[in-house]
Design a protein around this ligand. Structure first.
Ligand SMILES: [Fe+2]
Ligand SMILES: [Fe+2]
Length: 208
């Protein structure tokens, strides 16, 4: 994991590029417009939470904000387009099996190829955003929770997680996993081992 964050100038330049690209892509598509708004709101929730921590922890805020702006960039791609990208990269079998995770891998690939992001920290945040990862640091955890509870989200548990996030990030993380896992179990869906390992890490060791 890299120690330094993106500097403000590189962040601002890249942010403008990403916003231009996404607004062009979504200009005539209402579904993509909603997705664009979700990514902006995830970024906003990350910022709000980091501000709330008042510099008490070292957080790579610019990296996390870039990951937030890119994480669902391919979610509305048709399956054939997702497959074409997946064919060019190495991805674990368990992730291939779960179609809902494909967009995380393809978004990370677009971040790498289209926006020339080689920063492993950002690419991993994007790649692992649906499940979380046992190596996520505090910033990664904030991003994972913000994706779940940004202010346009309305699903069950959102209010509760939002309130908790302002007080205790670790508890908000565990609650987010509980809600997300609960939806999957209700649907008799497969639980990815990465999500379970992430949960166990938080329960046993807390947030690094
Ligand atoms: Fe996603
Ligand atoms: Fe998302």
């Amino acid at each position: 994991m890299i120690k330094s964050d993106y500097d403000n100038d590189s962040y601002n330049k890249l942010r403008d590029e990403i916003l231009n690209y996404i607004s062009n892509q979504s200009s005539r598509n209402p579904k993509q417009k909603r997705r664009f708004r979700h990514m902006l709101k995830t970024e906003e929730m990350v910022k709000k939470t980091v501000d709330n921590l008042k510099g008490k922890f070292h957080i790579k805020e610019n990296c996390i904000r870039l990951a937030a702006l890119l994480h669902d960039i391919t979610k509305d791609y048709p399956e054939s387009k997702q497959r074409n990208i997946l064919r060019q990269i190495k991805i674990p079998k368990e992730d291939i099996m779960i179609k809902g995770l494909w967009h995380a891998w393809t978004a990370s690939e677009i971040a790498r190829t289209k926006f020339k992001i080689s920063n492993r920290y950002i690419l991993d945040l994007i790649r692992f955003h649906p499940t979380g990862h046992k190596n996520f640091d505090l910033g990664g955890l904030i991003f994972f929770i913000s994706d779940f509870c940004e202010e346009t989200r309305t699903h069950t548990g959102v209010e509760e997680v939002r309130k908790l996030l302002a007080k205790d990030v670790k508890k908000a993380g565990i609650l987010t996993i509980k809600f997300k896992t609960g939806y999957l179990i209700n649907d008799n869906a497969y639980l990815h081992s990465r999500g379970i390992n992430f949960y166990n890490r938080l329960i046993q060791e807390g947030v690094p």
